[in-house]
Design a protein around this ligand. Structure first.
Ligand code: TIU
Length: 221
């Protein structure tokens, strides 16, 4: 069984035949200027910077035959799946559903909701549109994973402490072993990323493991 001996908090053994890569919300709305992330007041440059690393991880997973699952945080055009509590929270420059430079913010089918071109899903890869921060809530993700026989999930994507951590916790509670590729995820807040990595692996991997993308790729070869 392959293992990542340098994973934290201890070596991570996994069977590639029952492992999938899940890439969370690498969408223009979070990564490019003019989208949702920027409307919330964030600098998107740190998120843009991980795109090549995520691309390497995706390429390695594909080469090893792992399913690659992509998620997108987005809502129906009529906003029927967007709780007012989500849309009205705070005072963003643009709210979910408002028209911005990349189309309506976080709306399915709009240019901003698309995954960045460098990480575009292949035609046969699963793409999960999710209305929440977690990818299991109100989506068919659990059904897809059951059909694939997946027991282990490798995570990448944005943002570390919001959609990635929420999904990882949802998966952990559902019995999956979870590992986060620590340089293939990013936050708008460096301290939040560091804290998330620490809390995932604390208490004997209470949520899961972390490892570098290079270590994951080495184990997959
Ligand atoms: N705002 C923020 O950090 N994240 C989100 O709203 N969604 C995701 O993390 N994808």
């Amino acid at each position: 069984m392959p293992a990542i001996p340098g994973a934290l908090p201890f070596s991570f053994a996994f069977d590639p035949a029952s492992t999938a890569l899940i890439v969370i919300d690498m969408q223009r709305d979070f990564i490019e200027p003019g989208g949702f992330g920027a409307a919330l007041g964030n600098d998107v440059a740190p998120l843009q910077a991980i795109v090549p690393t995520v691309a390497r991880l995706i390429a390695g997973a594909r080469a090893a035959g792992l399913p690659v699952i992509h998620t997108r945080e987005c809502h129906r055009p009529d906003l029927s799946d967007c709780p007012p509590a989500k849309r009205l929270r705070g005072a963003p420059a643009l709210r979910i559903g408002d028209a911005g430079p990349m189309g309506r913010i976080l709306i399915a089918g709009e240019p901003g909701a698309a995954i960045v071109p460098a990480l575009a899903p292949l035609p046969d890869e699963i793409v999960i549109d999710k209305p929440g921060k977690g990818a299991f809530y109100a989506t068919p993700l659990a059904d897809h994973l059951a059909r694939l026989g997946t027991r282990t999930l490798i995570f990448a994507g944005v943002t570390t402490e919001v959609c990635v951590q929420t999904t990882m916790r949802e998966a952990n509670d559902r019995g999956f072993d979870c590992l986060l590729a620590e340089d293939a995820t990013e936050s708008y807040f460096p301290a939040f990323k560091a804290a998330t990595l620490a809390m995932i692996r604390a208490q004997g991997a209470i949520v899961g493991w972390t490892a570098t993308t290079d270590a994951v790729l080495e184990a997959l070869q």
